[in-house]
Design a protein around this ligand. Structure first.
Ligand SMILES: [Zn+2]
Ligand SMILES: [Zn+2]
Ligand SMILES: [Zn+2]
Ligand SMILES: [Zn+2]
Length: 307
């Protein structure tokens, strides 16, 4: 795989008092040093490029990637520290890869302490959040060049440590620290309730009520289908309460015998001619026919592990 070239400039410097300053807040003639290699920096404010810093002299072992990684995690640590000191929540929002929903929460709900480069058994996360018992409950990894090792991710998983990942492609990502709601690229946590039977996380279920017409007599007909954010569910996944809700909304779901499939199942039925929509056609002719108007209703949770 060819890596995509990253657009990274030196965008943060250290002041003589050890504070970090963004190039956009710096002024010409100020005294600045590189946060990674500590060599002298000069501020550059050109017409063609956004403000940035450059080493006064060649610093062969320093890269903008290293400096960005260092600055981002240090500033994130400072931000979290401030929130903890003032007992302020830190809102966070992420696309859940488990269920496809957008989850929101407070990153500091249980955290009372934040540590930069904490020394855990087998790894050193960029930032660790600890609860009142001193246990690590979440880590933040800032990825510029190196993604965390597979063994490290496994360690976090085994120890029930949530992983928050920021993947940075540009020095402009430094602005993401100012977001009122943190939006990391990946969070390993799904906030859905657990299944009582198998203990796995459940998935949110939606009931779609599609405005359609009967394939046989063309009378107007409301058609019900179930979906999650990531996939469609089969007709056999309809619970009694789903059927009740669909029928309240004008659908007509009833038990039918399919000569094709040689089995009995619940099917969307036409009130006028009593013909029904077979499993296969429900998806092909109704669900995936996006021109049809539809209403989406919350139908609670279901477990796709048990189903
Ligand atoms: Zn440097
Ligand atoms: Zn989720
Ligand atoms: Zn289950
Ligand atoms: Zn009909």
């Amino acid at each position: 795989m060819i890596p995509i070239p990253k657009d990274i400039l030196y965008c943060v410097a250290e002041t003589p008092t050890g504070e970090l300053i963004k190039a956009s807040d710096a002024h010409k003639g100020g005294s600045y040093a590189c946060p990674a290699c500590k060599q002298s920096f000069v501020l550059r404010r050109g017409k063609r490029k956004r403000p940035h810093f450059a080493h006064k002299a060649l610093s062969p072992n320093c890269t903008p990637e290293t400096a960005l990684h260092h600055s981002f995690k240090t500033l994130m640590h400072e931000k979290i520290q401030k929130h903890i000191e003032q007992s302020l929540p830190l809102k966070i929002q992420w696309d859940c890869s488990n269920c496809g929903e957008i989850h929101t929460g407070n990153l500091l709900k249980k955290a009372v302490k934040v540590q930069l480069e904490a020394n855990l058994e087998i790894c050193r996360p960029d930032i660790a959040l600890l609860d009142k018992d001193g246990s690590t409950i979440a880590v933040i990894e800032v990825v510029v060049t190196h993604a965390p090792e597979e063994t490290t991710l496994e360690y976090y998983q085994q120890n029930r440590i949530a992983i928050v990942i920021y993947s940075l492609d540009s020095d402009e990502d430094i602005k993401r620290l100012d977001d009122e709601v943190l939006k990391p690229d990946n969070v390993s946590l799904c906030t859905n309730p657990k299944c009582l039977k198998c203990g796995n996380k459940m998935t949110k279920k939606y009931l779609e009520i599609i405005d359609a017409s009967c394939w046989k007599c063309h009378a107007p007909m409301k058609v019900a289908a179930l979906s999650s954010r990531l996939w469609y569910l089969g007709i056999s996944d309809f619970s009694d309460s789903d059927i009740q809700l669909a029928n309240q909304k004008g659908c007509f779901l009833k038990s039918q015998y399919s000569n094709v499939e040689k089995e009995r199942y619940i099917a969307n039925t036409c009130r006028k001619c009593n013909r029904f929509i077979g499993n296969h056609y429900l998806f092909r002719d109704y669900v995936s026919f996006i021109e049809l108007e539809r209403e989406e209703l919350d139908a609670g949770y279901y477990c796709h592990h048990c189903q």
